[in-house]
Write a protein of this length. Structure first.
Length: 340
C-alpha cells in the first residue's frame, strides 16, 4: 500500500511540474523546490519556511521556484520523509521520532528530561560540533538534516481526566509519536502508548479511540485539539526538536555558491521559526483558555523519577550515544553554573 501511495504521489508531483512548466511558458526553466510539513499556515514552522522561500527566490529566483506545502498536503510525515528520500520532495519537516527509525542516534533527543531548561536545549542544538554527526547520520538513506526547529516542551493533555500525578495516567490510552523510545517512556509512566500519525490525533480524541496525547501548546489551537481536550498538564517530559531534512541528491547537485545560499536559508528558517515560537505559544495559551482548557502545574519531579531509568536503558543498548549524552550533560552544567 505504501509503495502504491508513493508511486501515485510521485506521478501527481511529476504532472504538477509539467503543468507548472507549461503554465509559466517555455522560457521558465526554473527548478521547483517542494517543501512539505504537517502544520497549519499560521504555525511558526510555516512562517519560517516562507522566510526561506522569500530568501532563496530573492537570491536564486531565476533558477529555483520554492513551493511550501503545509497541512500534510503531500501526505503524512512518514510519507513525506519517504518521498524526500526518493527526491519527489526536496525538503520536509520530520519529527525526531521518525528519524530515529533511520538511525538510532536520534534516540538521544527522545530521552525524557534530557534538558534541564530551554536555554540548555537551545545551546545543545546550536552546538555545530555536537549536532553535525547526528544531522549527517542518515546520508545512507538519501537525506540529511539541514535545520532544527523549536517545538517547545511536550506535555500531557487529556479529554476527561486531568493529569496531576503519574498515577493519573494509569489505564489511559495516550497518543505518542511513532518510536520505540516514546512507547517505552509511556510504559514507564504507567499509561498505554498509542502510536499514530499526528494528522489522525484529532479524530481519535473526538471518537474516544485515545484518552489524550502529549505535545506542545500549539497542538491545542493550531490543530484544534483543545476543542476536545480540556486538561493540559505541564509535566514537561520532553524538549524535542523538529528537523528539516533535505534530499541528498538535490543538495549535492547545488553548486558551491548555490549551496552557500541554501545554507544561509536554512539558518533563516531556524531563526524566524524560533522568533515566532514564543509569541505563538503565548497566543495559544490565551486561545486555549478561551476554549475552556484548564492548565495544570504538577510536581515535575514525580514524573521525572518514573522515566529516568530509560536513560541508562537506551545508553546501554546504544553505546554510541554515551559521548553525546555526556556532552549534553556537560553543557547543562555549564549553563546552570553560569546562572548561579
Amino acid at each position: 500500500m505504501k509503495k502504491i501511495f508513493r508511486m501515485f504521489l510521485s506521478i501527481i508531483l511529476a504532472l504538477g511540474t509539467l503543468v507548472a512548466f507549461t503554465a509559466c511558458g517555455k522560457n521558465d526553466n526554473r527548478t521547483i523546490v517542494r517543501v512539505s510539513h504537517n502544520q497549519a499556515a499560521d504555525h511558526p514552522t510555516n512562517i519560517g519556511l516562507l522566510a526561506f522561500e522569500k530568501f532563496i527566490e530573492s537570491k536564486l529566483g531565476d533558477k529555483y521556484d520554492v513551493q511550501i506545502f503545509p497541512n500534510e498536503l503531500l501526505g503524512s510525515q512518514v510519507n513525506t520523509v519517504e518521498l524526500t528520500q526518493t527526491g519527489a520532495i526536496n525538503f520536509t519537516v520530520a519529527s525526531n521520532a521518525i528519524l530515529e527509525s533511520f538511525d538510532d542516534i536520534y534516540q538521544i533527543f527522545n530521552l525524557p528530561y534530557l534538558f534541564n531548561s530551554p536555554e540548555h536545549y537551545h545551546a545543545v542544538m546550536d552546538d555545530k560540533e555536537l549536532i553535525k554527526p547526528i544531522f549527517t547520520s542518515t546520508e545512507k538513506s538519501g537525506f540529511e538534516a539541514v535545520a532544527w526547529l523549536d517545538a517547545g516542551t511536550r506535555n500531557f493533555y487529556t479529554v476527561k481526566k486531568p493529569i496531576r500525578t503519574p498515577d493519573d495516567l494509569k489505564g489511559l490510552k495516550i497518543r505518542v509519536q511513532q518510536s520505540a523510545s516514546n512507547i517505552r517512556m509511556m510504559e514507564l509512566f504507567g499509561g498505554a502508548a498509542t502510536p499514530m500519525g499526528f494528522g489522525e490525533v484529532y479524530t481519535a480524541l473526538q471518537q474516544g479511540v485515545i484518552d489524550g496525547a502529549e505535545n506542545n501548546e500549539l497542538a491545542l489551537t493550531s490543530n484544534k485539539h483543545g476543542e476536545v481536550c480540556k486538561y493540559y498538564s505541564y509535566n514537561m517530559h520532553q524538549m524535542v526538536p523538529d528537523i528539516v531534512i533535505g534530499n541528498l541528491r538535490f543538495l549535492n547537485s547545488l553548486s558551491p555558491e548555490e549551496r552557500a545560499i541554501f545554507d544561509e536559508g536554512f539558518k533563516i528558517i531556524s531563526k524566524v521559526q524560533r522568533e515566532a515560537w514564543g509569541k505563538s505559544v503565548d497566543k495559544a495559551i490565551q486561545q486555549a483558555k478561551d476554549m475552556n482548557v484548564e492548565f495544570i502545574y504538577p510536581d515535575v519531579l514525580a514524573f521525572q523519577e518514573k522515566v529516568l531509568p530509560l536513560h541508562e536503558e537506551v545508553l546501554t543498548a546504544t553505546p554510541k550515544l554515551r559521548p553525546i549524552y555526556d556532552k549534553i550533560q556537560e553543557i547543562g552544567r555549564e549553563i546552570k553554573g553560569g546562572k548561579n
